[in-house]
Design a protein around this ligand. Structure first.
Ligand code: UDX
Length: 429
């Protein structure tokens, strides 16, 4: 099929590339000309495992191309996916101006029947507004359908999640676009849910909020574990073996971040408020998340007493493993708090140091994780990179003034760390 993706952020670029990989002809559109140039030359603006090779392979095969011309792409395609940003606004709602702008551009370029698909994370009822806008701005007055098709990819695992989805959600306002949408997704060989457009839009916010709720739940449990001498990982394992609960997303730590969970929670609370429902539960999810960071910071100040002129090593800057993304990163938040207390920082991240530089101007960036602990009074683990499990603990221990580790992602084993001569504090253990 001939597909267009408008917007080449995480969702747009990965979706477009994987659509090409399964055989579709894909045009990716972006209004940032320098980004289009980079993509046309085989480069990609994000670190995402496996993506660069896939982009280059499909560009070479002639199935994937990049342009900044929406009208050119719309004319050549049967299905147009909208994957532009919906950034958060101070009141918690999301900025819909990019979506609205693209809907008008698509309308202006349509001269025959098209299917327009919302792939960005949008509030319920957005599909109706997109349809209204296209109807108003389409001079050619041709037929079209608007579909909701939310994306569930995780950063750091995006290609894997796209190529092996748990399910595909297709929300429609009429049966007409269903078979075309099924044809787009059949090669992925995953369950396809066809539902009404409002339910599809809600599935996205509901799913993300529930995952965030699960994390806040285990973080709340971690507080009880610390107070009773229990081990949160044991509790998570015991809970998680119940298929109704599941072990995934029960990793206690310093809290969730990233460009999705915090924004989607605020947006969902706002949507509920506009509909007259006070979503207490999700407000509590937010409160527990913020409290987790406070508790962890307090653990450090309680142990080190005064942070002024203390040197602290920090492992991890990205909001999670396998990405260079530092948006709403708990690790960055923690660094900023330690700096505010007067500490000096030596920091390392396998991929995110470049993007963190503008957020952490006055810290020392260390290339090798095994050199971070040099002369430090404490070491902090802030992001759950698997790499960190291979840290040379003995070298780090010897290089520090005192071997103290605060592990905000429970990467190490408390008994083993004690055996190796560390003072070791983690979360819920
Ligand atoms: C999330 C959803 O998982 C994905 O389905 C959706 O499409 C976009 O939002 P992402 O933000 O990329 O994906 O990352 P995710 O792996 O969900 O992690 C989010 C945050 O939660 C990270 O800060 C991570 O460190 C934290 N987390 C995750 C925990 O603290 N504990 C866990 O058990 C899992």
């Amino acid at each position: 099929m001939k597909l267009t993706i408008i917007g080449t952020g995480y969702v747009g670029l990965v979706t477009g590339t994987c659509f090409a990989e399964i055989g579709h002809e894909v045009i990716c559109v972006d209004n940032d000309a320098s980004k289009v140039k980079l993509l046309q030359s085989g480069g990609i603006p994000i670190y995402e495992p496996g993506l660069q090779e896939l982009v280059q392979k499909n560009v070479a095969a002639g199935r994937l191309s990049f342009t900044s011309s929406t009208s050119e792409a719309v004319e050549k395609s049967d299905v147009i996916f909208i994957a532009v940003p919906t950034p958060p606004q101070p009141d918690g709602s999301v900025d819909m101006s990019f979506i609205e702008r693209v809907a008008r551009d698509i309308a202006g370029a349509m001269t025959s029947y098209k299917i327009v698909v919302d792939k960005s994370t949008v509030p319920v009822k957005t599909g109706d507004k997109v349809a209204e806008t296209i109807k108003r701005y389409c001079k050619a007055k041709v037929e079209f359908d608007v579909v909701s098709n939310p994306e569930f990819l995780r950063e750091g695992f995006a290609v894997e999640d796209l190529m092996h989805p748990d399910r595909i959600v297709i929300g429609v306002r009429s049966p007409r676009p269903v078979s075309a949408m099924q044809a787009v997704y059949t090669p992925f060989n995953a369950p396809i849910i066809v539902t009404d457009i409002n339910s599809a839009e809600l599935i996205k916010h509901a799913a993300n909020s529930f995952l965030a709720l699960k994390i806040s739940y285990i973080n709340a449990i971690s507080v009880l574990c610390e107070a009773t001498g229990a081990n949160v990982q044991e509790v998570a394992a015991g809970m998680g073996m119940d298929e109704r609960i599941g072990r995934r997303f029960l990793n206690a730590g310093i809290g969730f971040g990233g460009s999705c969970f915090p924004k989607d929670l605020s947006a969902f609370i706002k949507i509920a408020q506009q509909i007259g429902y006070d979503f207490h539960l999700l407000k509590e999810v937010q409160r527990i998340n913020a409290d987790q960071m406070d508790r962890f910071t307090k653990k450090i100040t309680d142990t080190l007493w005064v942070l002024k002129d203390k040197k602290i090593g920090v492992l991890g800057l990205a909001f999670k493993q396998n990405t260079d993304d530092v948006r709403s990163s708990p690790a960055i938040e923690l660094c900023q708090r330690l700096l505010k207390e007067g500490a000096t920082l030596r920091v390392h991240d396998p991929k995110a140091m470049e993007k963190a530089k503008s957020l952490l101007p006055n810290v020392t960036f260390v290339e090798d994780m095994n050199d971070v602990a040099e002369d430090c009074d404490a070491l902090v683990v802030a992001t759950e990179w698997d790499d960190f499990r291979k840290l040379d603990l003995e070298k780090s221990r010897k290089a520090m003034t005192h071997p103290i580790m605060f592990d905000g992602r429970n990467l190490f084993d408390p008994a083993e760390m004690e055996r190796l001569g560390w003072m070791y504090k983690s979360v819920g253990r």
